[in-house]
Ligand binder design. Sequence first.
Ligand SMILES: C[S@@+](CC[C@H](N)C(=O)[O-])C[C@H]1O[C@@H](n2cnc3c(N)ncnc32)[C@H](O)[C@@H]1O
Length: 220
Amino acid sequence: MRMRKKKHLDSRLDACRSLLCEKPQEPVLSSVLHFGKESPLHLEIGCGKGGFACGMAEKHPDICFYAMERIPNVITNAVEKAIAEEEKRPTDNLRFIIGNAETLLEWFAPHSIDMLYLNFSDPWPKERHAKRRLTHRRFLSLYFEILNPRGEIILKTDNVNLFAFTLEELEALHITPSVVTHDLHHSPYAADNVMTEYERNFSEKGFPIHLVRFSSPLCQ
Ligand SMILES: C[S@@+](CC[C@H](N)C(=O)[O-])C[C@H]1O[C@@H](n2cnc3c(N)ncnc32)[C@H](O)[C@@H]1O
């Protein structure tokens, strides 16, 4: 049974090759490698079903987007969705990466990324799992290596504990956020917001959405 499942996933992945990136021999320096043009590079980590990445790529044709996800089955759904949308509009500014955020330095050169998005990252509520949270300082330090010194990171979440943890991590690193809101959808930042699948789900259930935006310590 497991073999058949794997075979099925392999053939689906094969059909997604046009939008899936192979790990480069040298970390990516600019958008030229995968997009063939010089543009700002934005990266989403933990893209899930890909609604945010597809929506942002459509809204911002002058920006090139990478969407990273560690679970092959999940990202396959995202890429299939992007390919289906390709019939309506080209996806020449969106590529997907199957990978864990822990491997970011193998993918991206220092200061290559202009904007990084963490959308509804897994909260890992148990204290002994704190190091797995994508806003733990061990991940933040990876992001700051690949982030352009003028670049920024945005976290959106419904989870108050993950949000509080993130603000504590930033304070410990002497980073002052440029934006903090506890109710994104009723804030001035709502106008530019592209919703993710989790965001739609949680906000329909009445949960407020929290957002923090911050830059690298090099810029503080
Ligand atoms: C709660 S889901 C949110 C999905 C999507 N961002 C949304 O808002 O609808 C979190 C996603 O992040 C992925 N993820 C968690 N840790 C990751 C890591 N270290 N590297 C890459 N992806 C990760 C999970 O597999 C999962 O698909």
